[in-house]
Design a protein around this ligand. Structure first.
Ligand code: TMP
Length: 222
C-alpha cells in the first residue's frame, strides 16, 4: 500500500488556517479523497486533555520546557493514534499545525532555539515530515492584529479560555513570525509560503495549486 500524503498548515493565530482547511477538505472530498483532519495540540482524547493544560490562562506558571514537552507529548500521541495509521492506509492527512509550530513558538517565541525542537522531533516523532506545509503568513502588522481580534472573539463566543498564548507581547509574536520565515527559507521544497494580504479566495487558490502539484507528483513517483 503506498504511503498517503501528509499536509500541514501553519501560521500565526488568526492566519485563517481553519477556514482554509475547511475549503481544502471540501476540495479534496470533491476529488474522491476522504481527508483525515486534525489539529495540534489536540486531535486525540489524550491530546485534547493536553490542549486544555497548554492553552488555559491559568497555566501561567508553565515552564517553557514543560510547554515544549507537552506539545511533543500531544504530537507523539497523534502520530501513533491517527497520523501514521492513516498514512499507512494511503490516506491524505491534513493537520492544523505540526512541529513547525513548536519551532516557531517555543524555539523562536520562547527562545528555546531550533536545535532542541528538531532533535525532539527526530526522537519523538521519528522524523516524520509533512510532504507539504502551507505557511499562511501575511505581513507582521496584519498577522498581529488578526491574532488579537480572533482570540477576543473566540472567548466571547465559546466562553472557553484559550488565551494563554494570545496574551503574549508583540515581541513574542515577532520572534514567532521571524522563525516561520526562517523555516520557509531553510526548507523551500517542503514549505510553501503564502504571504501578502490576500483574500480568502486567493489563498485558497494558491493552496489548491500547491496541493494539486504535490499530490500529482507523489502519485507519479509511485
Ligand atoms: P490554535 O489551535 O488556535 O492554532 O492554537 C494553538 C496555540 O498553541 C497557538 O497559539 C499556537 C500554540 N502552539 C505552540 O505554541 N506550539 C505548538 O507546537 C503548537 C502545535 C501550537
Amino acid at each position: 500500500m503506498p504511503r498517503g500524503v501528509f499536509i500541514t498548515l501553519e501560521g500565526l493565530d488568526g492566519s485563517g488556517k481553519t477556514t482554509q482547511i475547511k475549503r481544502l477538505a471540501a476540495w479534496l472530498t470533491r476529488r474522491g479523497q476522504q481527508p483525515i483532519l486534525l489539529r495540534q495540540p489536540g486531535g486525540t482524547a489524550i491530546g485534547d486533555r493536553i490542549r486544555e493544560i497548554l492553552l488555559d490562562s491559568r497555566s501561567r506558571s508553565l515552564d517553557p520546557m514543560t510547554e515544549m514537552a507537552l506539545m511533543f507529548g500531544d504530537r507523539a500521541q497523534a502520530i501513533a493514534e491517527v497520523i501514521q495509521p492513516a498514512l499507512d492506509a494511503g490516506k491524505v492527512v491534513v493537520c492544523d499545525r505540526f512541529t513547525d509550530s513548536t519551532e516557531a513558538y517555543q524555539g523562536g517565541g520562547r527562545r528555546l532555539g531550533s536545535e532542541v525542537v528538531l532533535e525532539l522531533h527526530r526522537q519523538l516523532c521519528r522524523g516524520l515530515q509533512p510532504d507539504l506545509t502551507l505557511l499562511l503568513l501575511p505581513g507582521f502588522a496584519v498577522s498581529l492584529a488578526r491574532a488579537r481580534n480572533r482570540n477576543q472573539r473566540a472567548e466571547a463566543e465559546t466562553g472557553r479560555d484559550e488565551n494563554r498564548f494570545e496574551t503574549e507581547r508583540d515581541a513574542f509574536y515577532r520572534r514567532v513570525w521571524e522563525k516561520y520565515r526562517e523555516i520557509a527559507a531553510r526548507e523551500p521544497e517542503r514549505v510553501v509560503l503564502i504571504e501578502g494580504d490576500l483574500s480568502i479566495d486567493e489563498v485558497h487558490e494558491q493552496i489548491i495549486e500547491s496541493v494539486s502539484e504535490r499530490i500529482l507528483s507523489l502519485a507519479q513517483g509511485r
